[in-house]
Design a protein around this ligand. Sequence first.
Ligand SMILES: [Zn+2]
Length: 341
Amino acid sequence: MRAVVIEEHGGPEVLHAGKVADPEVGPLEVLIKVWACGVNHVDLYLRQGIIGASIPLPAVPGREVAGEIMELGELVTDFEIGDRVTVLPRFPCGNCEPCRIGEEGMCLKAASIPGGYAEYTKAPASSLVILQPEVSYDMAAGVALAYLTAWHMLISRAKVRSGEDVLVHAAGSGVGSGAIQIAKLAGARVIATAGSDTKVERAKQIGADEAINYSKEDFQDAVIGLTEGRGVDVVIEHIGAETWEKSIGCLAFNGRLITSGAHTGVYSRVNIQEIFIKQLSLIGSYLGTRHELAQLLKAVARGRITPVIDSVYPLEGAHEAHRMMEERRQFGKLLIKPWLK
Ligand SMILES: [Zn+2]
């Protein structure tokens, strides 16, 4: 089959479309024809060799897959050939302590989907969610990792409530564009940040009540101004060292900072006094569960959440998609479509 193969770590130029062996399906797995695959920071890390040092090269990137079941393992009974599905990006083991308490996203032994920038991939049947007719492959591949992350952050970890003020960083990112819509669905007032005036406008179009151009004004000052000096109840923090200290500074008393990513650096200063005097909570969040993915897709099917797709690329365009993400030029999701000519 055709796939994007990483043979050596490096810049976007190391991504090449080539031939690899078809996946071989085990008894509890299915073969999926990949109709769309979202591009995520984790793909960039894999390419750069930042994480996944243990993943032997050559490797195929892509963790956010939607497609059609082409073959069933001999023990798979709950699905049929032709079913339209999306896949939980990490396959939980089902047996470790986090799995047993229903926190599959934290599974200690999870395996990652073996590459969605390919004509076919495989997944355990236990990680699949069926797509309702209203949900296209592009929509599903636009939400299965990024919006699932945002859902878990807001609904399960922050437990955001109606009437709260929520700050969402990077409205143009996958997590950002998802978080704006999910926070609105939960009844919050959303303040978003973005790096250009065009993105500020787009952020408002997808539901943000307020949007700040962080390249023109200090986002912390702007947030304090927009909340009459109070600060926000929740910060959706997925940027890292570049924004962390000011994100904490944006919190109101009893505020919660939820973090799920740190692509600008993993170390930052914190003012300990500020944390205890204001009774702040710093909360980690990682991916989400199959149940949450199903809930999220229900909201998509009902038109309550609309995946924001910036652009789509054939396998040969994967390097362009990576460059676009590294330069923060997109608004919404970038998708690889292996069957696009
Ligand atoms: Zn587990």
